[in-house]
Design a protein around this ligand. Structure first.
Ligand code: ACO
Ligand code: ZN
Length: 422
C-alpha cells in the first residue's frame, strides 16, 4: 500500500480511535475525524476493558443466580440513560463539510447509552479494519484482472485471503465472481459454473438494464467477492468480510449470454446515520457512460420509496464527489427550472430529491447560485448556468440512459424481527 497516511484534512496520523495503537492510516481509525482525541480514545479503551471485565464478573454471578445491588443500580442507570433522548430534535444545519473532514456530530440524536454502544463498536471495528489493511502486501502484487471479455488494470490492492497464491494477474468469473489464479482454472470453472446473473431478487428491469438486490447475509460469499473486487478500484473502502449487515444493488446489462455486471452500490440494512449508499462503483470498462449516475439515481429512488432522506457515506472519493456533485446539480437545476413559487424551501427540495439538506446546500454553494443577502439566503437564477443545463439536456444522444421508477418492483428490506412484528 506504499506510505500509508490518514487523509483526513489536518490530521498527522497520530493516535488511534481504538486507543490501541500510536498511529492510524484510515479515516475509520482517525480520532480527529470522530471529534475526539488520542488521549480520550485511550481513556475509553481503558473503560471498555473495565466494563468488559465487570460484565464477565456480573455474568458469572448471574449464572450463579445472584443479582447484586451494583447490578440493580447499573440497570437503572442504563434505563434512565436510554430514556434520555435528544433535548431538541430540531438540529441546526451543520456547517457544510465538503471533504468529509469530520464525522457528522452525533450528540443528542439518540440516547446517550446507544451512542456509547455505537462509539464502542466504531472503536473496536477501527482496530480490526486497520489490522486487515496492514496485512496487505507493501508492493502492489496484483496488476490486472481478467473478467468476462475485459482485462482491467487494478487501481489499488485488495485483501484477498493470504493463502490465495498471488500472481500479477487474477481471473474472475464474471457471473459468480469467484477468483482464480490462472486461465486454466477459470476455464475449468466456466465449464461448471451455472450462474448467468447475480443471486437475489431482480428488482428493476428496463430493456437490457437490470438491478438485483443481494442480501449480504444470504449470499455472503458472492457479496464478499464483490467487495474484494470493488476494493481494487476504491482507495478508502473498508468493508470486505463483514457483509451481513448490508444489501448490495448490482446493476447488469443483459445480452444473449447472460447479465453482465456493470457496477453496484452497497447499503446498510439499518443505517444509524441515514446513509443510502455505503460504497458505489462502476467497473472501469463501463465508466463514463452514465452508469454511475444511474446507480446514484437508483439509490435515491429506493430512498424515496422508503419515504426517507438519504446521503452517501462520507468521505467521497474524488470520482465519487464529481459524480454526486454532477447528479445533485442537475437535480437542483431541474427543480428550479420547473419552480414557479417565490420562496424556496431547502426542506421541500430535500423531500423532493430524497437528498440530505447538507448535500443540497453544499451543491448550491459549489454551483455558486446561493448568496447571503440582508440576513437571508437567496437563490440566484443565473441565466448562463440554466442555459448550460438546457444545452446539456438537448445534447443527450440516443443512448442516454435514465432510471424509470415504473420499472421498480420492490419492497423495502425488513429484518426477520421487523417482518414478524408487522
Ligand atoms: N473525470 C472527470 N469527470 C468524470 C470522471 C472522470 N474520470 N468520471 C466520471 N465523471 C463525471 C462524468 O462526466 C459525469 O458528469 P456529467 O454528467 O456532468 O457529465 C459524472 O461524473 C458521472 O459519470 P458517470 O459516467 O455516470 O459515472 P461512472 O459510471 O463513471 O461512475 C464512479 C462514477 C462510480 C464514481 C466511478 O468513477 C468509480 O467506480 N470510481 C471508482 C470507485 C469510487 O471512487 N467510488 C466512489 C467512492 S465514494 C462512495 O462509495 C460513497
Ligand atoms: Zn462462476
Amino acid at each position: 500500500m506504499g506510505e500509508s497516511r490518514c487523509l483526513v484534512p489536518g490530521c498527522d496520523s497520530s493516535g488511534h480511535l481504538s486507543g490501541l495503537y500510536e498511529r492510524h492510516f484510515t479515516r475509520v481509525a482517525c480520532p480527529l475525524y470522530h471529534r475526539t482525541t488520542d488521549a480520550q480514545a485511550k481513556d475509553q479503551q481503558l473503560e471498555r476493558d473495565i466494563r468488559a471485565s465487570d460484565r464477565q464478573k456480573a455474568l458469572n454471578k448471574y449464572r450463579q443466580g445472584q443479582v447484586t445491588p451494583e447490578q440493580k443500580n447499573y440497570q437503572s442507570r442504563i434505563s434512565s440513560q436510554r430514556r434520555q433522548t435528544a433535548e431538541s430534535t430540531e438540529r441546526k444545519l451543520e456547517p457544510v463539510d465538503e471533504d468529509g473532514a469530520r464525522e457528522t456530530d452525533l450528540e443528542n440524536l439518540t440516547p446517550a447509552y446507544d451512542l456509547m454502544l455505537f462509539r464502542e463498536a466504531q472503536a473496536v471495528a477501527s482496530a480490526r479494519i486497520e489490522d486487515d489493511l496492514r496485512n496487505l502486501p507493501d508492493t502492489p502484487g496484483l496488476y490486472s484482472i481478467e473478467m468476462g471479455r475485459f482485462e482491467m488494470e487494478v487501481w489499488y490492492q485488495s485483501p484477498y485471503p493470504e493463502d490465495f497464491p498471488r500472481g500479477s494477474k487474477m481471473y474472475i468469473c464474471q457471473y459468480c465472481l469467484k477468483y482464480l489464479r490462472c486461465r486454466t482454472s477459470l476455464e475449468r470453472h466456466n465449464a461448471k459454473c451455472v450462474w448467468r446473473f447475480p443471486p437475489g431478487d431482480e428488482i428493476y428491469r428496463k430493456e437490457a438494464l437490470s438491478v438485483f438486490e443481494v442480501d449480504g447475509r444470504r449470499f455472503k460469499s458472492y457479496c464478499q467477492n464483490l467487495c474484494l473486487l470493488a476494493k481494487l478500484f476504491l482507495d478508502n473502502k473498508t468493508l470486505y468480510f463483514d457483509v451481513e449487515p448490508f444489501l448490495f444493488y448490482v446493476m447488469t446489462v443483459a445480452n444473449s449470454e447472460g447479465c453482465h455486471v456493470v457496477g453496484y452500490f452497497s447499503k446498510e440494512k439499518n443505517s444509524f446515520l441515514n446513509y443510502n449508499v455505503s460504497c458505489i462503483m462502476t467497473l472501469p470498462p463501463y465508466q463514463r457512460q452514465g452508469y454511475g449516475r444511474l446507480l446514484i439515481d437508483f439509490s435515491y429512488l429506493l430512498t424515496k420509496t422508503e419515504g426517507k432522506i438519504g446521503s452517501p457515506e462520507k468521505p467521497l472519493s474524488d470520482l465519487g464527489l464529481i459524480s454526486y456533485r454532477s447528479y445533485w446539480k442537475d437535480a437542483l437545476l431541474r427543480y428550479f427550472a420547473d419552480f414557479r413559487g417565490k420562496v424556496v424551501s431547502i426542506k421541500d427540495i430535500s423531500q423532493e430529491m430524497a437528498a440530505n439538506s447538507n448535500d443540497i446546500v453544499s451543491t448550491l454553494q459549489a454551483v455558486g447560485i446561493v448568496k447571503y443577502w440582508k440576513n437571508k439566503h437567496i437563490i440566484l437564477k443565473k441565466q448562463d448556468i440554466f442555459d448550460e443545463f438546457e444545452e446539456k439536456r438537448r445534447r443527450r444522444g440516443p443512448d442516454h440512459k435514465e432510471i424509470d421508477p415504473k420499472c421498480l418492483v420492490w419492497r423495502p428490506f425488513q429484518s426477520a424481527d421487523q417482518a414478524k412484528a408487522s
